[in-house]
Ligand binder design. Structure first.
Ligand code: 6PG
Length: 247
């Protein structure tokens, strides 16, 4: 199922995304005893992460039972300004009381980092949560952003990684958005999720969003179609502007 939610501005997108996070966390813990979430990289989700870190909101999440992963990571050392996990730590993870063992950083500078991260994802799920029927771990929530070219996570248009059907995590070395080397969830892992939230703000993304809404499969973000889950696209007015004409 897909729903498209349009908001007046990026702050309202952040509010709604934070609300979704808290609700899905409570539901997952209630129903399955754990909440598995994959955070998105880039700048768009950071204001949402900061909102979640506010005590009034963060106190509603059972962080002991929350497992945090990263949908993609740049292959640069921890502490490098390009690291997605460090940005999420500054905005959220360092501001809440979550056990360190519940934060699963990508070993992105290791040559076999993708294989190791895939094993870590599979291993974490085998302890607590039933995988989906195809044996693929089902995240309760995967946050994603989108680039102006329609890329999402580190899946870029025209790249072989977009058609990966078996592996759950891949290393790519041909990303057009620097840095070129990254570790990324693949579509099989993303589309196994119970809920995917795609956050899109800014007029520079309007053209790509209109193509996503028209399901133009050339765009990676248009290939995000949870098999038996829900995709929620949260967009601000600037990103939806062109899309109205297209839908
Ligand atoms: C990355 C991100 C990437 C990001 C988009 C949007 O590591 O680069 O995962 O997919 O979500 O490029 O980035 P902004 O939110 O900064 O526009």
């Amino acid at each position: 199922m897909r729903e498209v939610l349009a908001f007046a501005n990026d702050d309202d997108v952040a509010d709604a995304a934070a609300f979704l996070f808290v609700n899905l966390a409570a539901q997952a813990v209630r129903e399955r005893g754990a909440f598995y979430v994959a955070l998105a990289g880039g700048k768009t989700p950071l204001s949402c992460y900061r909102l979640i870190s506010a005590p009034l909101i963060s106190s509603r999440v059972d962080w002991e039972k929350t497992q945090v992963f990263f949908g993609d990571e740049r292959c640069v050392p921890e502490g490098h300004p390009d690291r997605n996990d460090d940005a999420a730590a500054a905005a959220l993870l360092n501001r809440i009381s979550i056990p360190g063992k519940n934060i699963h950083r990508v070993p992105a500078t290791e040559r076999d980092g993708a294989e190791r991260y895939e094993s870590e994802v599979r291993g974490a799920f085998s302890i607590f949560s039933p995988s989906s029927d195809k044996g693929v771990p089902r995240f309760d929530l995967v946050f994603l952003g989108m680039g102006a070219d329609g890329h999402t996570a580190s899946l870029f248009p025209g790249r072989a990684s977009l058609d990966e059907a078996q592996r759950l995590v891949l290393r790519v070395d041909d990303a057009p958005k620097p840095p070129p080397s990254r570790v990324t969830f693949t579509l099989p892992l993303v589309n196994a999720a119970r809920h995917v939230a795609l956050l899109v703000t800014g007029k520079e993304k309007a053209a790509a969003l209109s193509r996503v809404l028209l399901e133009d499969a050339a765009l990676p973000a248009a290939r995000v179609r949870p098999t038996s889950g829900t995709l929620t696209i949260l967009a601000d007015a600037a990103a939806v502007s062109v899309s109205k004409a297209a839908s």
